[in-house]
Design a protein around this ligand. Structure first.
Ligand code: ITT
Length: 203
């Protein structure tokens, strides 16, 4: 099934392209700015965004919403990660954690997919780690320079190349689950296709 990835983040697109390579998926990217509701629940934000995008594009559509959750800050910035990155940035987060020993954090990625024939589906990926004491590395985006994954070798995400990050990242995990699922739809028998066309007309 062809689908549209809706995101304004070019680096995310590069990560998805790399992750999806082995699956031969058919998709295009649309840099549509979805309306992001204020919610403490990433999944709610992703669901709202995917339905908003579908209402405009009227084709099978996928969005991803991700956030950085820092233990010592009770999960902040979480769903507000984009705003926090734009305002206080990496330096501001390091400042908030100054002199703190507990630097545990995780990235969470929620992919939401909607098409009238499959309805709504979500896929979650997480990676645990810690916040470094200083920013390191040039690769990636957002909080990559200060995030050290627990199952890595001590480097931040920004010190890894795309493939290395994808192997263990929150997005790598949610996106592979999504890719497996959407690939499995191809194996459904022909009536599935007929049904979807009928439903499509009703919609
Ligand atoms: P969309 O158009 O896809 O929404 P976005 O950049 O706003 O792009 P998110 O809302 O999913 O993406 O992510 C919120 C913020 O969380 C993002 O701006 C980054 O600062 C941070 N973030 C998310 N995933 C990250 C990653 O893999 N590495 C570093 N920072 C990340």
């Amino acid at each position: 099934m062809r689908f549209i990835i809706v995101t304004t983040n070019k680096w995310k697109v590069r990560e998805f392209q790399e992750i999806f390579k082995p699956y031969n998926l058919r998709y295009r990217v649309e840099p549509l700015k979805t309306r992001e509701i204020q919610s403490v629940d990433l999944k709610e934000v992703a669901i709202e965004s995917v339905l908003y995008a579908y209402n405009i594009l009227r084709e099978p559509v996928m969005v991803e919403d991700a956030g950085l959750f820092i233990d010592a800050l009770n999960g902040f910035p979480g769903p507000y990660s984009s705003y926090v990155y734009r305002t206080i940035g990496v330096k501001g987060v390091l400042k908030l954690l100054e002199n703190l020993q507990d630097r545990k954090a995780k990235f969470v990625s929620i992919i939401a997919f909607y098409s009238p024939f499959t309805n709504l589906k979500t896929f979650t990926g997480e990676v645990e780690g810690r916040i470094s004491y200083e920013a390191r590395g040039e690769s990636g985006f957002g909080f990559d320079p200060i995030f050290i994954p627990i199952d890595g070798d001590g480097r931040t995400f920004a010190e890894m190349n795309l493939e290395e990050k994808n192997k263990i990242s929150h997005r790598g995990r949610s996106a592979r689950k999504f890719a497996e699922w959407i690939s499995s739809l191809r194996k459904l028998p022909p009536p599935y296709v007929d049904m979807s066309e009928e439903k499509n007309e009703v919609f």
